[in-house]
Design a protein around this ligand. Structure first.
Ligand SMILES: Nc1ncnc2c1ncn2[C@@H]1O[C@H](COP(=O)(O)OP(=O)(O)OP(=O)(O)O)[C@@H](O)[C@H]1O
Ligand SMILES: [Mg+2]
Length: 374
């Protein structure tokens, strides 16, 4: 045991030595080494620093603050002040990318119908928004669009001076759906494959998405066309795979996972929806069995990002056009969506870190200032 050093011994050198041991919780490397710390300074026994982070995850921020503060105090700091600078890293943007201002494109997918892809897509998007990010949602389900109903938005988008479609906006989320272009919501879209392909392309290239941290795509059920089109047109950050716990859902989801690997699209994580139901006296029931999400995660070699309970309010709020993350943020399902949004940003940060060689905190262009809402 050594005595706590007195403030007179506390210097930039001792601070630096102490901080050199602090590991980045997302990248598992020393923060100092990967450029996650800068502007270290010591004035009159006070330590200050800027911390560079690649995720808005609240738990990551808390861990980092706690670990850095502890290290600085153990080196003798009387006070510690730090500025957190969060920059969301970007996927690779090629010269002909249809959405160059979009840092990450995330597909919400499942081979299986009715498992909650659209519910997950809207709530995940809103949860990302609540983490302070700039987000958009694209309804890639041309034959069965759900976004207008679930986000409670109708009406025709306007066209800008440069002939781009201005996305509709609610809750601070930019959105586009074929549903906004149909005369009435019971009208069917009768299109062949190539038209689907060009409609999707238009929804990327001709919509004024601007600068976004995340564009979330709600995919139709099945393995098919949309993912293929996306893989051909741009570098997708990755896929969030949705499943329900029961065995019968899994076969179709396995196929989707295999297709993603054929298209070299990383699976960012698996979400098990309708995992359990908690009754009025607090007893938990696994209505659809258990373990499906874990099996898919295992098969996809990806994390199980979240288990969303079956809650009648999820459907009710979805039907009312006010997703549960927005309408009842304290509910179990909303909390589960918030946690999975944080987890997803961490996974994506790590993916970019590894992709870029694993030596430096990955950063997008220009800082994204974040407001954390909890
Ligand atoms: N966790 C949940 N608790 C209660 N209801 C839910 C939950 N998740 C989804 N639902 C409801 O289940 C139905 C199907 O969900 P959703 O439309 O999101 O599935 P989907 O996979 O997008 O379907 P499709 O394959 O038709 O596109 C909806 O009525 C939705 O409100
Ligand atoms: Mg859907």
């Amino acid at each position: 045991m050594t005595d706590t050093p007195s403030t007179t011994e506390f210097s930039l050198a001792t601070l630096t030595t102490a901080l050199a041991r602090v590991m980045d919780p997302v990248f598992g490397r020393p923060m100092l080494e990967i450029g996650a710390l800068s502007e270290l300074a010591v004035t009159e026994g006070k330590a200050s620093m800027t911390v560079h982070l690649a995720t808005p995850s609240v738990s990551v921020h808390e861990t980092v603050k706690r670990d850095l503060e502890q290290a600085a105090r153990s080196a003798g700091a009387r006070e510690v002040s730090m500025r957190l600078d969060v920059q969301v890293p970007s996927r690779e943007v090629m010269g002909d990318d249809p959405v160059p201002g979009v840092r990450n494109v995330v597909l919400v997918m499942s081979g299986k119908g009715g498992v909650g892809k659209s519910t997950t897509a809207v709530n995940l998007t809103l949860a990302l928004k609540r983490l302070g990010l700039r987000v958009g949602i694209l309804d890639a389900d041309i034959y069965g669009p759900s976004i207008p109903t679930m986000m409670g938005v109708s009406g025709q988008p306007l066209t800008s001076e440069d002939k781009k479609i201005v996305p509709l906006e609610r809750f601070g989320v930019k959105m586009m759906s074929i549903g906004f272009l149909l005369e009435d919501d019971k009208q069917a879209v009768v299109w062949r494959g190539p038209m689907l392909h060009s409609a999707l392309q238009q929804f990327l290239r001709d919509v004024q998405w601007g600068d976004l941290d995340y564009l979330v795509l709600d995919l139709p059920p099945g393995t098919g066309d949309v993912a293929l089109t996306m893989a051909q047109k741009l570098k997708v950050t990755g896929v969030v795979m949705v499943t329900t716990p029961q065995e019968v859902a899994l076969q179709d989801v396995y196929k989707s996972v295999s297709m993603c690997s054929k298209l070299s699209m990383p699976i960012l994580g698996v979400i098990e929806n309708m995992s359990y139901f908690v009754d009025s006296v607090g007893v938990r029931h696994e209505l659809f069995g258990k373990g499906g999400g874990a099996k898919i995660a295992d098969f996809a070699k990806a994390p199980l990002l979240g288990q969303i309970p079956l809650e009648p309010s999820v459907r009710e709020w979805g039907d009312k056009g006010m997703p549960v993350v927005q309408s009842a943020p304290e509910s179990d399902s909303a909390q589960a969506f918030m946690a999975l949004a944080s987890g997803l940003t961490e996974t994506i940060a790590k993916l970019h870190f590894d992709r870029l060689g694993g030596t430096k905190v990955p950063a997008g262009k220009g800082p994204t200032r974040l407001r954390i809402v909890r």
